[in-house]
Design a protein around this ligand. Structure first.
Ligand SMILES: Nc1ncnc2c1ncn2[C@@H]1O[C@H](COP(=O)(O)OP(=O)(O)OP(=O)(O)O)[C@@H](O)[C@H]1O
Length: 316
């Protein structure tokens, strides 16, 4: 077994999953999650995100490979591994007739933790659920039920928290509360792994980003590095007079936009020579004047779409 480093709290090696249908949902995933980080796992529908999380949380059996959670093998040492992990799943599957308090308290007991009413009270208060503690789950709104899911996941004080699509379909207030909570947990040393379709969230929240596509991790990178490496910058020039077409010889990095009222030039952030000086010189030679110019960087969303597209083209 490879050694567990101090910095990695989850160590996934050669993980594969073939469902009974014969469908291969994971094709040899290696991934180390660092202690204390927020890791965002991105991928299109059906990429294998939930399968990966479900294996780490012991809900789905892997076909091959291994996972250590804080040094505990998730199969051989399941109880110890699982007690380190909190999971906020996509769907609520809890006893509708129980009260919020009973549900959360029971969840803590499941992991063999001694009762700790003060901790549960803090969790419920942080999630604005304290005044609902005696309500039955079925009497709660959808948003409140989502809060209960989070409270359940935190009841046993896990060191690792998985959030599977935490903000899909939730209102702005809950989303805001949730990210505040995630930040607070991280400050307390909890490692957070989240899947999301809202790429701006990953951009805001994550320290590192992993992209999974067709059961393969196609990329794992520090967010800042990823944005620098793959990001393109665009320079937009608003023209004094509209152009019908770009004169020959400007290359394909220059495009006409806004009905001929603007030129957009795309360049690599990392390139030594962006070509901007030459571009401006040539525009001047052609008598093309501009009123103003501004530059923008591509968002993580654009980077993500281009990665997934590259994968699709490579397979075609
Ligand atoms: N029990 C199952 N039996 C057969 N195939 C399954 C099963 N569960 C999932 N799959 C398939 O495995 C693939 C990966 O599913 P998974 O739920 O892990 O994807 P995901 O990345 O979480 O997608 P989404 O973003 O839609 O939640 C999908 O093609 C799905 O249809």
């Amino acid at each position: 077994m490879p050694p567990v480093t101090d910095t990695s709290i989850i160590d996934i090696r050669g993980l594969t999953k073939t469902y009974a249908s014969g469908f291969q949902a994971l094709k040899g995933v290696d991934l180390q999650i660092r202690r204390g980080e927020i890791f965002a796992l991105l991928g299109p529908n059906g990429a294998g995100k939930t399968t990966l999380i479900s294996i780490v949380c012991g809900i789905v059996n892997a076909s091959s490979g291994s996972v250590l959670a804080d040094g505990h093998d998730i199969v051989r040492d399941f109880r110890a591994a699982r007690s380190k992990i909190g999971l906020v799943p996509q769907e609520l599957s809890t006893d509708a007739f129980e009260s919020v308090w009973a549900t959360v308290n029971f969840s803590r007991g499941l992991f063999g933790k001694p009762p700790n009413p003060a901790h549960l009270e803090k969790v419920l208060r942080d999630l604005s659920l304290w005044d609902k503690k005696d309500s039955k789950i079925m009497a709660l709104s959808g948003g409140m039920k989502r809060r209960v899911l989070i409270a359940k996941a935190l009841a046993h004080e896990p060191q690792i928290l998985f959030l599977d699509e935490p903000t899909a379909g939730v209102d702005v207030e809950l989303r805001h509360d949730m990210w505040q909570m995630v930040r607070r947990l991280r400050e307390n040393g909890v490692t957070i792994i989240l899947t999301t379709h809202y790429i701006e969230e990953a951009e805001d929240m994550a320290d590192r980003i992993g992209v999974i596509n067709h059961g393969e991790l196609v990329l794992v990178e520090d967010k800042a590095t990823l944005m620098r490496k793959l990001g393109k910058k665009q320079l937009t020039l608003h023209l004094q007079a509209p152009l019908q077409r770009i004169p020959d010889g400007f290359g394909d990095r220059l495009e006409l936009a806004e009905d001929g009222h603007a030129l957009v030039y795309t360049f690599d952030v990392q390139a030594d020579d962006t070509g901007i000086a030459a571009l401006l010189r040539r525009l001047n030679e052609h008598g093309i004047d501009f009123k103003d110019l501004h530059s923008s960087e591509s968002s993580l969303e654009e980077i993500f779409v281009s990665l997934v597209r590259q994968g699709r083209e490579a397979r075609a």
